[in-house]
Design a binder for this molecule. Structure first.
Ligand code: AMP
Ligand code: MG
Length: 312
């Protein structure tokens, strides 16, 4: 059920469900999350079951504050400075797990690290506060599919398999959080996002961007991911028979969609998943996507597009 007006009363209701080991979907500034009490094994197991994740991949745990995060993960001086600079916001930090950390081992897939994030979305934060627990929340979509940026997208994914979807309108960022591993000596971006390598390096010195050669440590690093049902063709400037066009800037075709007519990468990121979903209809053979410049947020957009276009 979609809860249209996410009032205090409705958020409280969702928090009670979460405390009781049920799932609830909620908005964040990145994409909609599918939440469970991160300390409850059987609640977290429900996330894997309903998403159809082929194996137990680690989940991001959402917490209220940096102070709370310090109960669960070990922050180096550098990690602390990075968290102070970018939290609350679309950055997930991978940290060494602290002794006595109550987060379920299923949430972290048995790893000795935890993935933590403090969101800046008021509904997410109110929900976490009222639940009084850390909330494990991957994107609220079936495994491998496009992340949802609207409550209706979540409903389309799960229909009546999911009891509660708090509606917070369109997600502001529209791309999943940047995942930065600060558990070792060399901070490494495992998944690019709206907080870019340059944003981080400007303040904190050189970091590594994990590439394809790296061991796959995050499902966001899987070759095929974020995929619509139909084929995706990249760097297109025209359409072939049966295709629809997803333009960018001046690269546009009448009657098709455009990620940003003014070629703004922020706007394109916020529109990406929604437009892919809207174009992904039964009567087309594929989505042809215009070239997106490979700088700033364009790096994260192209990362998602490459995976959407990868052979399945
Ligand atoms: P999602 O399921 O879309 O929310 O994505 C969560 C991302 O965080 C995935 O890419 C995970 O693999 C990654 N992640 C979570 N925990 C860890 C961890 N301990 N080490 C490395 N990556 C992680
Ligand atoms: Mg996901």
């Amino acid at each position: 059920m979609i809860v249209k007006a996410s009032t205090q009363e409705k958020i409280t209701h969702a928090a009670i469900k979460l405390r009781g080991g049920e799932l609830a979907a909620f908005p964040t500034e990145t994409v909609y999350g599918l939440g469970a009490d991160a300390t409850n094994d059987s609640a977290v197991a429900k996330i894997f079951a309903i998403k159809g994740r082929p194996e137990f991949n680690p989940l991001i745990t959402h917490v209220r504050s940096l102070e709370e995060a310090q109960h669960y993960g070990i922050f180096s001086k550098n990690a602390l400075a990075i968290a102070r600079r970018f939290w609350p916001g679309p950055l997930t930090l991978i940290l060494n797990r602290k002794r006595g950390c109550p987060i379920s081992w299923l949430t972290t897939a048995g790893l000795s690290t935890v993935a933590l994030r403090v969101s800046d979305h008021p509904i997410a934060n109110e929900l976490i506060k009222l639940t009084g627990r850390p909330i494990a929340a991957p994107s609220a979509n079936k495994s491998g599919r496009i992340s949802p940026t609207r409550a209706e997208d979540v409903l389309n994914e799960f229909q009546n398999e999911l009891g509660i979807i708090l509606d917070g309108g369109d997600c502001r960022v529209g791309l999943e959080s940047t995942v930065l591993d600060v558990s070792g000596a060399n901070p490494t971006i495992l998944r690019p996002g709206s907080i870019t390598q340059i944003d981080i390096e400007n303040n904190f010195g050189p970091i590594i961007l994990a590439n394809k050669m790296a061991k796959i440590t995050a499902p966001g690093m899987l070759e095929s991911h974020y995929a619509p049902n139909c084929k995706v063709r990249l760097n297109a400037t025209c359409i072939q028979t049966g295709e629809v066009f997803l333009g960018f800037g001046k690269n546009s075709i009448v009657g098709s969609k455009n990620l940003s007519e003014t070629a703004e990468l922020n706007e394109a990121a916020a529109n990406l998943f929604r437009m892919l979903r809207d174009l992904d209809q039964n009567n087309i053979t594929g989505i042809a996507v215009a070239p997106i410049p490979e700088h700033g947020l364009g790096i994260a957009i192209n990362d998602r597009l490459k995976r959407a276009a990868a052979p399945r």
